[in-house]
Design a binder for this molecule. Structure first.
Ligand code: SF4
Ligand code: SF4
Length: 393
């Protein structure tokens, strides 16, 4: 069953004797990055996170996603339009290029299991001694592959589930998605138990949208009895026309200008029409029922006023989250080996990791320009509802 925070943490500590060393190494790197942010002008110490996107393809059709909605004709989805997928040997060479600074590697997509050699990639990342996490919709049948995935030593697996049964299927746009995901999840839990392994850490992520808001507690009620490690409810990331107008006042005729955006993760989706009383009541109910279990909300809005600000005044920052550090701590590598800074909010090409060495990309002229711009303003108006605004160096 979903366990209490403290029990879960102790179990993991015992299972990972190198955890303390890892923790202090991470602290040192974070300190080094903070120093770099202060003194290195626009160059930066190495990033903490490298996000690999081996494919943009997806087998689902989610209402909250530009990939799922195939909005590839719009500017904001250009990032997802790239068709070329590099070979596994090329991914190996990229992993070789980043492994010397020991980043945390996250694999995402599209649906990563649609990349034919995905298990090979995970194994190679683990072989290089790097922390590896993977996010999936868990609907692709892997047969033997699920066992290989656990045996690879994958550190963390995040599965997106936005409701129970039909609610999930409606949001995913494909009937039967929930059953497929549960079959995947049950098998991986069973094999992990059989191997008496604590890996991978299994998280469920549920995005709270207007499409599932009335039934949010069903997700917690359902998963408390499962041997998963955490359940996170995420608020929707978005920006609306008001934010775009403010943004473009600052950025007109620059590479940061936003010409047009639509639905999906970054769209407006009528956030102002949400029934916030109901949403706040649901959040309260879940916290009251399961407050001692590993269930969290991201961002964790502290009171109804913050919830109102979040959805009704999206240009306003939540508390002191007013600076984007993404260009100092994260990069994304696209299916063709191209690199952009995290967030994919602006399509500014910073290099290609097949053709260039990591240092040449990470401190390329375009990356330096991005850092200079973002550091000078802290964050753009559109940043207020981006997940990266909540991350620290
Ligand atoms: S949210 Fe994920 S699963 Fe859904 S369409 Fe987009 S990439 Fe696919
Ligand atoms: S916080 Fe802003 S600049 Fe940073 S990644 Fe998000 S949208 Fe982009």
């Amino acid at each position: 069953m979903l366990q209490r925070n403290i029990v879960k943490r102790l179990r993991r500590l015992i299972a990972s004797p190198d955890f303390v060393a890892f923790y202090f190494k991470e602290k040192m790197k974070s300190w080094r990055r903070k120093l770099s942010y202060k003194i290195d002008k626009n160059k930066s110490y190495y990033p903490n996170n490298v996000v690999l996107l081996p494919t943009n393809r997806c087998n689902l059709s989610c209402a909250s996603c530009n990939i799922g909605l195939s909005h590839s004709e719009k500017k904001f989805a250009d990032t997802f339009e790239r068709k070329k997928e590099i070979s596994i040997d090329e991914w190996h060479s990229i992993v070789d290029k980043i492994s010397f600074f020991s980043p945390r590697v996250s694999i995402s997509g599209g649906e990563p299991f649609l990349y034919p050699e995905i298990l090979e990639l995970v194994k190679y990342i683990k072989h290089k001694g790097l922390h590896c996490s993977l996010t999936t919709n868990a609907t692709i049948s892997l047969k033997k592959g699920l066992e290989e995935l656990v045996d690879s030593g994958l550190d963390s697996l995040t599965i997106s589930i936005d409701g129970i049964g039909e609610t999930h299927d409606q949001i995913r746009g494909i009937k039967g998605s929930f059953d497929k995901t549960m079959s995947f999840l049950n098998k991986i839990i069973a094999y992990r138990k059989y191997q008496r392994s604590f890996h991978p850490f299994i998280s469920i992520n549920c995005v709270m949208s207007s499409l599932n808001q009335g039934r949010l507690e069903e997700v917690a009620d359902f998963f408390v009895n499962y041997d998963i490690d955490s359940l996170t409810y995420s608020h929707v990331w978005f920006y609306n026309q008001e934010m775009i107008n403010l943004h473009n006042k600052l950025c007109l005729n620059t590479p940061y200008e936003i010409k047009e955006t639509i639905g999906g993760r970054f769209g407006t989706h009528g956030q102002k029409d949400r029934n916030l009383e109901e949403l706040w009541a649901k959040i309260g109910l879940i916290k009251e029922k399961y407050g001692d279990l590993n269930i969290s909300f991201f961002p964790d809005l502290k009171n109804f006023n913050e919830l109102e600000v979040y959805y009704l005044y999206p240009g306003r920052a939540i508390r002191d989250h007013k600076k984007c550090y993404a260009p100092w701590n994260t990069i994304e590598v696209f299916p063709d080996g191209d690199v952009e800074f995290a967030g994919s909010c602006f399509h500014i090409h910073t290099g290609n990791l097949i053709e260039q060495d990591f240092d040449d990309v990470w401190n390329s002229d375009s990356f330096l320009e991005i850092r200079k711009k973002i550091k000078s303003i802290g964050a753009f108006p559109i940043c207020a509802r981006c997940c990266y605004i909540f991350q620290q160096l």
